[in-house]
Design a protein around this ligand. Structure first.
Ligand SMILES: O=C[C@H](O)[C@H](O)[C@H](O)COP(=O)(O)O
Length: 228
């Protein structure tokens, strides 16, 4: 089974999870990325079960709306029963690195109002310690070099993320991304807090404060459900 087939499998399982665990006519949170895209396509098949969604990116909002699924402004929603999203890495405690798709700020906002974070991933995302995947940090453009210097002092190697055409990547929030290579994140929550207070940092891609509550992990022999 290739990686895309694993993602398809976990997307279907996530929809099953929503049908079994979320009462009818609720608003649910939807993440961003290739796995979340497949989840959206599966969700479309049972869209009458939900009232609608909150979206973690413009990309996700457009895909949901293309399926005729309602998207609510997060400002108008107090809480959601579940937030379903992928991850770039997930550790044995449910801590994650996210932001490979530059969407982690809105993802963290959506996750923060969710009763339950359901992480959907294939087994290649499971790691013992976070950090082999470069840590995305969304920064206010003016602060980029100051933040980069602080990352170097911590032993990291920050790389300013560019688009394929060589232009700087601009996020949904009009900010830049630094991908910090070479970190070995043994204390995810402590590092998330430490980096979050640096002036100019909008959002760090460590999800420890908003770690996964449940992970659906697709492997060749099926989807494993992990409760944290
Ligand atoms: O910004 C993007 C998100 O954090 C994604 O959830 C993460 O990058 C995983 O994406 P994918 O499902 O494409 O591997």
């Amino acid at each position: 089974m290739n990686q895309n087939e694993l993602k398809q499998q976990v997307a279907k399982k996530a929809v099953e999870y929503v049908l079994n665990n979320v009462a009818k006519d609720q608003i649910i949170g939807v993440g961003t990325g290739s796995t979340a895209d497949l989840f959206i396509d599966e969700l479309a098949k049972v869209k009458s079960h939900i009232k609608g969604t909150i979206a973690s990116s413009e990309r996700t909002k457009a895909r949901l709306e293309s399926h005729g699924i309602a998207v609510f402004d997060v400002n108008d929603v107090v809480s959601v029963p579940v937030y379903v999203d992928g991850a770039d890495e997930i550790d044995p405690e449910g801590n994650m690195i996210k932001g490979g798709g530059a969407a982690h700020t809105r993802e963290k906002i959506c996750a923060s109002i969710a009763d339950e974070f359901v992480c959907i991933a294939d087994a290649s995302k499971e790691v013992a310690i976070l950090g082999a995947f470069p840590l995305p940090i969304e920064v206010v453009p003016l602060s980029r070099e100051a933040v980069a210097r602080q990352m170097r002092e911590l032993g990291g190697n920050p790389i300013w993320r560019m688009n394929a055409d060589g232009s700087p990547l601009i996020t949904d929030n009009a900010c830049h991304i630094l991908d910090v290579h070479g970190l070995h994140i043994t204390e995810p929550l402590a590092l998330e807090i430490q980096l979050t207070i640096i002036p100019g940092v909008l959002t760090v891609g460590i999800f420890a404060q908003n770690a996964a509550d449940v992970a659906l992990i697709a492997a060749a022999d099926g989807v494993n459900v992990v409760n944290f």
